[in-house]
Design a binder for this molecule. Structure first.
Ligand code: BGC
Length: 434
């Protein structure tokens, strides 16, 4: 692990130097190299990457830009799914003072572009050939009415399980569970041994992340699409959806008493320390394992949520560029360009737990989970089983997403029945649709 981290730091530094076109060749004293970099300007970046692994990944970008004469003004707003970040963004835009770049997901990007708040990156995108290398599923959001407004930095997927290898060995579990019942049998074994079976972070976006995996496992990709993308009433009230809610209640019974309100990285920490058997979470969880110097297949295992093999629910972090003053556009363009640099995409995603947002990047440097992630993504994309994550804003607009969050959370944390939950779900979605 240490080697990987060092390597990544090296890649980042080397990358910064290589891309710092202004580091003069005649500058013979390496010590003075930084001082000789022309000051390009500043980028103010709004994001919610505040967990250890996330901050480290962001550091790769920051370091690279600083090496090119761009100073970094950090604007972190903690809170998964970016909900809080979007609220802060709203007040900044209303005050006529937007940040340079904002981490953003799916439908939120469209909303801001529709408002006319975003910059136009078409010249850069054409020059760099983005159209040919960014997967179509991402371009559908990076571009608004054909115009590029964002640089996608990664592709995450949400239907993953992260398990503590030693705990699994102790429980006698030798292979990844293939379906929901096999998962339950592992959770039962952990319970018998007195280990918290499931590390849950009880926050709406995390419960929704679990919910979409359970729904996909229960009803398959067609059902997922009908329910969360087409927002079809029959799917929302179907037996599959009822079963999904029942399964959520069952999973809740494997959480510890303190799950309410817990941050996702603390839940990951429980698995890392062997206090819990497993966590269902997007692959940003891998960033936490790596940050704790844990090694895939040795210390932890990654596999698709049982019953969702062959399907990928994706979310991609994109840096949306906002309309800024003329003296800030050079730094902004440099950031947009760097984010899409193939070497950067490798260096960043090795640390973040995600996979590159370009189809032309080799998987050679990625670990076992990363290689699997890239392979799954390519196959799902070809086979029509690449689905936008509902919980992370890639299936439906924010209003619908939030309406689903409310119903899922209420059901998960109360004694609302599955029959009532599906009725509430259909009504909430109907009311939130545009
Ligand atoms: C983002 C990830 C982030 C996670 C937890 C997701 O919505 O896409 O990049 O690590 O939230 O903060």
């Amino acid at each position: 692990m240490t080697i990987r981290v060092l390597k990544t730091t090296f890649i980042a530094s080397a990358l910064a130097m290589a891309l710092a076109g202004t580091v003069a060749a005649e500058d013979t004293k390496p010590k003075d190299a930084a001082a000789s970099v022309k000051k390009v300007g500043e980028v103010e970046v709004l994001h919610w990457w505040t967990a250890g692994g996330e901050a480290k990944a962001l550091g790769v970008l920051k370091e690279m830009l600083e090496g090119q004469g761009v100073s970094w003004k950090d604007m972190p707003v903690a809170g998964g799914g970016g909900e809080k970040a979007m609220t802060v963004l709203r007040s900044r835009v209303q005050a006529g003072n937007p940040p340079t770049a904002v981490q953003m997901l799916g439908f939120d990007i469209r909303d801001w572009a529709k408002e006319g708040a975003t910059a136009n990156l078409d010249d850069l995108a054409t020059k760099e050939g983005w159209e040919k290398v960014v997967p179509e599923a991402l371009q559908a959001f990076s571009r608004y009415e054909g115009h590029w407004v964002a640089s996608p930095v990664n592709v995450h997927s949400t239907n993953w399980v992260w398990a503590n290898k030693k705990v699994m060995d102790d429980l006698g579990v030798t292979e990844a569970p293939k379906d929901f019942d096999a998962l339950i049998s592992i959770l039962d074994k952990a319970k018998e041994k007195g280990i918290t079976p499931l590390a849950i972070g009880g926050q709406p976006w995390q419960e929704a992340t679990l919910f979409e995996a359970v729904a996909l496992s229960t009803g398959g990709p067609e059902f997922y699409k009908k329910a969360f993308i087409d927002l079809d009433k029959d799917a929302l009230t179907s037996d599959n959806m009822k079963k999904t809610f029942d399964r959520m209640k069952k999973l809740r019974s494997y959480a510890d008493a303190n799950f309410s309100g817990r941050d996702w990285n603390l839940a990951a920490g429980m698995v890392i320390e062997g206090k819990a058997a497993l966590q269902v979470m997007g692959d940003w969880a891998k960033g936490e394992f790596l940050n704790a110097k844990k090694v895939p297949d040795t210390d932890f295992l990654c596999y698709r949520f049982p019953g969702t093999q062959g399907n990928v629910t994706f979310n991609a972090d994109q840096f949306v560029m906002f309309k800024v003053k003329d003296d800030q556009t050079e730094a902004q363009n440099l950031m947009a360009k760097d984010v899409m640099d193939p070497k950067f995409q490798i260096a960043f995603n090795l640390v973040k737990g995600s996979v590159p947002a370009r189809t032309d990047v080799s998987d050679a440097e990625f670990d076992a989970c990363g290689k699997k992630g890239m392979k799954d993504l390519a196959e799902a994309s070809k086979g029509g089983t690449l689905l936008g994550s509902m919980a992370h804003g890639y299936a439906a607009p924010a209003a619908v997403k939030n309406a689903i969050y409310d119903v899922v959370t209420k059901h998960f944390n109360s004694d609302v029945s599955a029959d009532d939950a599906v009725k509430q779900l259909a009504a909430a979605v109907e009311g939130a649709k545009e």
